[in-house]
Ligand binder design. Sequence first.
Ligand code: NAP
Length: 531
Amino acid sequence: MMVREIDLALLRAREARDAGADLVEYRVDELCSGDPGEAEVILALIRESPLPCIVTCRPTWEGGACDADDMTRVALFEALGTSDHPPAYIDVELAAYTRSANLRQKVNLAIDHDKQTRDVRTSLVLSTHDFDGRPSDLTRRVLAMSAEHAAAVHKVAFRARSLRDNLELFDLLRDRSKPMIALGMGEFGLMSRVLAPKFGAFLTFASIHKEEATAPGQPTIRDLLDLYRFRSINPETRVYGVIGWPVGHSMSPHIHNAGFEGVGHDGVYLPLPIAAGEPGQEGAYESFKATLLALIDHRALDLSGASVTIPHKEHLVRLAREQGWAIDPLSERCAAANTITIERDEGRLSVAVSNTDAPAAAACLGEAMGGLAGKRIAIVGAGGVARAIGAGVAAQGARVVIVNRTPERAKSLSESIGPEVCDVLSMDDLTASPPDAIVNATPVGMTGGPAPDDSPVPPSVLGACKPGTVIFDTVYNPIQTPMLRAAHERDLPTIDGVAMFVRQAALQFEGWTAQPAPTGLFERIVAEHLA
Ligand code: NAP
């Protein structure tokens, strides 16, 4: 934490201890200007600290807020290290430590190492940071750290520009010569922070409150311990995640991690952002392909499965075709898939892609309607979800009707489902010949969408529905959408978007773990999340 005021820092440190932290880092960047009383203030903080601590005074030239010169900072470290209540660690930048023999000597006087003759109890974290990206001389920096015998811990942190940067950080950890911290900053680096125990990292950093993070991309302690179950992560833990852009607000990590805990599966599920690129640009596919293949090829990572969402569902089928992976018939039919399942049997890799949106929606409708054969189902919308639902219900013998704002897209979807089982109609046509179910596959009615207060289906259409016509809204935020509320007023049976979301996730979960998904738990978590 950044220390500005001692009482507040101690309050935060107690909160961190109570939340489950083992160690606290005090960033004293703003308390080091060379004033003689500063060391006393920081020593008082260390003395009162409820947890062992690292004291760091990061200079501006390494991304910190301290503009004192190196010798002023070292004088502070000397005072702390040789005091009665020294911090467990002081963090000194490799660049400062190696550019001056004088500075190195002074730091070494204040820390514990094998040539130390004094009774000092502070150890040295030797660190290097790059807030722009992977430093081009990363290997040289790591070698330079290894040459410094007085350091107890090596720390490498740089801004991850894609998920692939995490893989190099994992390799550094696996090749470490000393206890090591290797972290990717920014949203692409979250994986390195959460998976630190899988690769034997010395520690990971987390913030007490989101707005108090001391580096970009730091999770909160709560997220680390409760959402990602950090304490249970070990070298054997299998890795799963949701690939998409953006994925920061996805509910999938919440349900799958809780599900793994519920059934005792040794896995962790992470957001796995892969940038979208500009619409229509080939770059989005190329970065999806390069990233996913690198993650799968990294044997020690043990990526075992992933959910795939917008904008990469079509990319997944394209890549699977290129790579010769198994593709289920519904993914082939939709030209889009949302699930990857990866198995490694004695080194032999097998990758399968599937579409769980289509069977999930079909199962929700089939249950509510007592089977789908011969039923007439109207789908409003002609995008990805409409395509999956159309393929899913047609595969079970339903007739499909597409109603869409843009008639050309409706026509093209109808042709791909099969003109013999799929018609294109208007809302007025639906009033004249009501279907057995109506499905909203547009974002109309969704919080934050184009028309959050509207129903995609006008009252005249709902009014013309026969009793028992099933009204299904794929929108799940809010759970009770304007369309579902209007259906309730007419006593029509409904299916909400949470039912489909939970079902598609349950099918993924069962494919990955070979255990029944705790769907009740999934539903409760989604409802809490959306409340
Ligand atoms: P998409 O590919 O972008 O397609 C959206 C469709 O909605 C298009 O056909 C579009 O019509 C239509 N549309 C958009 N805005 C409209 C408006 N203001 N009025 C009328 N029609 C409009 O999106 P998608 O991936 O299919 O997702 C659609 C919705 O499904 C999402 O918003 C989400 O709420 C829901 N969803 C639910 C789940 C679940 O598990 N429950 C999973 C994924 C998605 P045009 O063709 O004319 O552009």
